[in-house]
Design a protein around this ligand. Sequence first.
Ligand code: UD1
Length: 382
Amino acid sequence: MIKVISVVGARPQFIKAAAISRAVRSGYSDKIQDIILHTGQHYDDNMSKVFFDQLNLPVPRYNLGVGSAPHGVQTARMILRMEPAFLAEKPDVIILYGDTNSTLAGAITASKLDIPVAHVEAGLRSFNRSMPEEINRIVCDHVSTLLFCPSQTAVNNLKHEGFMQDSELSFCGNHPKIFFSGDVMYDNALFFSGIAKGSTDILNQYRLASGEYLLATIHRDNNTDQPERLNAIFSALYNLSEEFDKTVIIPLHPRTTRVLKKNLEAGLYRSVYNRPNIIITQPLSFFDMMVLERNAQIILTDSGGVQKEAFFYQRPCIILRPETEWIEIIEHQAGIIADADPQKIREAYLHYVEHPDIIFPPVYGNGKASEFICREIAAIFN
Ligand code: UD1
């Protein structure tokens, strides 16, 4: 039996680990033992527990309970508490997901203990090193043994950094091996789509008409913690709700909720909260988000995961960042980078109103990325 520890900590990681865990249960339970370690980076029920419940993710054997703290302290606490768990379990491989501080802590701890790392969502680059996630990705990729890339772009990024694909040197000795596995989030999008529809009443709850509302999410620190950017984004959303009489629903991340009153100008804050067709909610469950994404007219977001889900559900996306790692979305005109610029956001909105027909080719795999990853892990560590 191959012993695997999946390290999770933040919302998008519960979603990705659920896909792997499902693939283990459905075809590899006699070969792979999958143990979940939760760092506790996200701890509110609506940021953590609801995802375990809905996605059927097994109860973590370890919960490190690190909670919120400055990045260095948070990451250090994770390493401190993770090391004894790895030493006790002696896993054959650690699976790390994405680019959060939990990923970074797992990468450092595993590599110090000489435990092989499999990185799911390897090779992504924004080429913006001021993003904490960019540093986390680079470090994780460079200590990983198996790099599972969700897109061909990600494979190419790794090759540019000197990784070799399918080389004779691959995974002999210390040479890492890179794969185009496809995106485990796409697996989830396909698997849960019918289940989600039957499990939520979110459209009725907020009186939303399919195809007629805008869905927005904002949580990146460079948007939430820079008042001028936060004001620009919220005034753009306010303008869309007023000028085009569009309903805008905004499920708010706790980071954003915490700073909104402080960082938004008082007048804009009041206008946003008093406007009847702007709906601000708590963070939503996976199924609620899935249904909101599928039925939105256009999605506006600074989240990497939501950008991709927009693509999976064939919705146009306005990206509230200066760049994206998911450049296929831009290449296929399914997304426009509008940054925190109200003028660009308005133009992008008008573009998609006038050009709603977009082609969404299957650039993120075939919906079987998690099976592929399990198959490779089973073959390599057997
Ligand atoms: C983290 C990831 C980010 C990912 C995001 C998904 C890093 C560096 N960033 O950002 O890549 O896109 O998760 O959500 O790891 N908070 C709560 N309750 C919670 C969790 C967070 O109130 O359950 C609040 C805390 O005040 C905390 C703040 O949100 O200080 C930020 O949380 P943190 O986990 O540090 O980063 P995220 O912004 O969630």
